[in-house]
Design a protein around this ligand. Structure first.
Ligand code: MN
Length: 241
């Protein structure tokens, strides 16, 4: 069960300040996809669109966040409308539609919405370096060393044929690197997502053209938010201390 990762569907009402309300109204209007009870919400980007320069350009992040990700959220809401998913979480919709050929379109858009929100959180300005604590210990125990882990992750990125995702997951309490094609997501396979890099061409082509492995290596070395990943691990598998 991968119930540890909850898409933030809540809107924080900060105050009655008019500007904040106006912003919230605009945000809701953009995110609702036209429905009155949108299941899928476009989550805020955790940093500015130019915050990851020079590793990811503002152009790439702008298209990725405002066009690709926003498109999946909007389409998922449009497809979910009137389908009986009201009140369900994003994770539940993904799990209910996974593997059902009659629901491929909603699965694809729902999973892409979830995967992207997660991916953006896996990055941060000034990220990269090596993880610490239990995450680091588990990586060493599983892969030999952090350097070995990076090699496994990069090889998986290289070998993923076509569009998809590379993930570090928890599989029955053990770390594993897995890949998924197109919109596939660990949530559909009973795996707990910890870290991911999007290897669809739209994630890197403006900046890296066909050099996918350079992009993924750059993410690992300069942008990976290991604190976020460690938090997910702690939520999934609380330490006994
Ligand atoms: Mn993408």
């Amino acid at each position: 069960m991968a119930t540890h990762f909850v898409i933030n569907n809540r809107f924080i009402v900060r105050s009655s300040v008019l500007a904040a309300c106006a912003f919230a109204a605009l945000f809701l209007a953009q995110c609702s996809g036209g429905g009155d009870s949108a299941i899928f919400v476009k989550e805020p980007l955790p940093y500015s669109q130019d915050a990851l320069v020079p590793y990811i350009s503002a152009d790439t992040m702008g298209f990725h966040y405002d066009k690709h990700y926003a498109g999946y959220v909007k389409k998922a809401n449009a497809l979910a409308k009137g389908m009986g998913y009201a009140g369900k979480t994003v994770e539940a919709v993904i799990q209910m539609t996974a593997g059902d050929v009659s629901k491929t379109a909603i699965f694809n858009n729902a999973a892409q919405a979830w995967n992207h929100a997660y991916f953006f959180k896996c990055l941060k300005p000034g990220g990269g370096g090596a993880p610490e604590g239990i995450l680091a210990e588990m990586i060493d125990a599983t892969f030999g060393s952090f350097v070995d882990f990076k090699e496994v992750f990069l090889t998986a990125a290289k070998d993923q044929f076509g569009s998809g995702w590379v993930w570090l997951v928890l599989d029955e309490g053990k770390l594993a690197v897995v890949t998924g094609a197109n919109a596939d997501t660990p949530l559909a396979h009973g795996l707990i997502p910890l870290f991911t890099v999007d290897v669809w061409e739209h994630a890197y082509y403006l900046d890296y053209q066909n050099r996918r492995v350079d992009f993924v290596k750059t993410v690992l070395d300069n942008l990976a938010n290991w604190d976020f990943v460690a938090d997910q691990l702690e939520k999934a598998q609380p330490s006994k201390e």
